[in-house]
Design a protein around this ligand. Sequence first.
Ligand SMILES: *[C@@H]1O[C@H](CO)[C@@H](O)[C@H](O)[C@H]1NC(C)=O
Ligand SMILES: *[C@@H]1O[C@H](CO)[C@@H](O)[C@H](O)[C@H]1NC(C)=O
Ligand SMILES: *[C@@H]1O[C@H](CO)[C@@H](O)[C@H](O)[C@H]1NC(C)=O
Length: 372
Amino acid sequence: MLTVAAAAARAAILAGAATAMLAPREGEWPLEGILEEVVSGPFLGRPLVMYLDLAFGLSASLMARPTLRDVHLVLVDLKAPGGAWCQRQTTEVLQTEGMVHLALLGPNSRRFFEDLAAAECRWRPAYLLLVDAWGGSPDLLTDAAFERVEWLALLTTRDSPSVPPSVVIYSLFPFAQQSQVRQTGVWDANTSLTHLFVDRFPSFEGYQFQLATWLDDNPYLYQTTEDLEGKADGLQVEMLDALGHALNFTYTLTKEPPDLMWGDLEDEAWTGMLGMVHRGEKNFTVNFFGYSLDKTHAFDASSSYWMEGFGLTLLAPPPLPRWRAAYYPFQTSVWACGGATFLLVLLIWTLQVRKQQHKFFITLSPVLYPYR
Ligand SMILES: *[C@@H]1O[C@H](CO)[C@@H](O)[C@H](O)[C@H]1NC(C)=O
Ligand SMILES: *[C@@H]1O[C@H](CO)[C@@H](O)[C@H](O)[C@H]1NC(C)=O
Ligand SMILES: *[C@@H]1O[C@H](CO)[C@@H](O)[C@H](O)[C@H]1NC(C)=O
């Protein structure tokens, strides 16, 4: 809630500035209609981070239309240096799953993203839609900056005599052996989020991943023979084989990390297996790691598949003493009633014997000697 409020506040300030700059250049953005369709279509109800080149920006009248006016918006100027912008942002703006990022590219907007990629900041949008109104090459999807985006698409105009020009959707399939950049559809007002952002990893097409591992993690990952390097077995191997079969990839393992460490942040550098992944020497690791704040900041983890439990163990109590076998069948109240009855009978009999009074004896005799 706070985030959205903060985003809205920031947007209000920026939008004010943008309006002043844009007013005289009304109507210059070639795909203005698309923007409204995207925001009121697939992106409906989602907070937006919008990158635009203010020099080729949008008209103030467009920004004031109802569909755009009510959107929670963070505006970003593509003319500013990307790295410096990134340093000032909150994690929510840079990484939140629910936020969609929309970049309205001008002819020179790639520089912003190159700077962003070089700055090694935590910019990692879940959804990024690039809109290139100038008909540039869709190969810009392969730029290093977009490597960490999960759902990525590009809208661009196609050279055609039709008016208005048709707008096509491109996406990047990084593991495809041929034509990594592919047209995945044609934009129309009805395009849904799932049509706009297609699954870019349906198969890894036989890719060989290099894993940073330590084959010393029973029963998850362990070495099966002494002499064969990297020949391993365990739960992780079974999981990798099953995934590799379904997603078409293979993998290589590492017998142990060179520094014989698991992975911790020491002097700003990651050690062990996590260090190998962090430095890009290996693609990922499947050993058994616990979570920490540093790790969740620096690495993506799968959902957890095993939970460690803690318990207390006590000595079992010895068997009950034998005499209790007689005592336990009845509750204390039953025993108390029995005792009270015994005392009562004792009292009556004592009275009877002691006093031997005729009257008393006559009175009680039917009770005490009923068969006489
Ligand atoms: C969108 O869908 C509606 C109904 O499903 C249809 O009437 C309309 O023509 C469609 N618009 C476009 C641009 O395809
Ligand atoms: C895996 O991908 C490669 C390369 O695209 C392909 O030649 C092979 O047939 C695929 N294997 C399976 C089982 O789909
Ligand atoms: C996997 O790691 C290798 C070795 O560092 C690297 O060359 C390759 O680009 C990585 N693959 C991916 C998909 O990141």
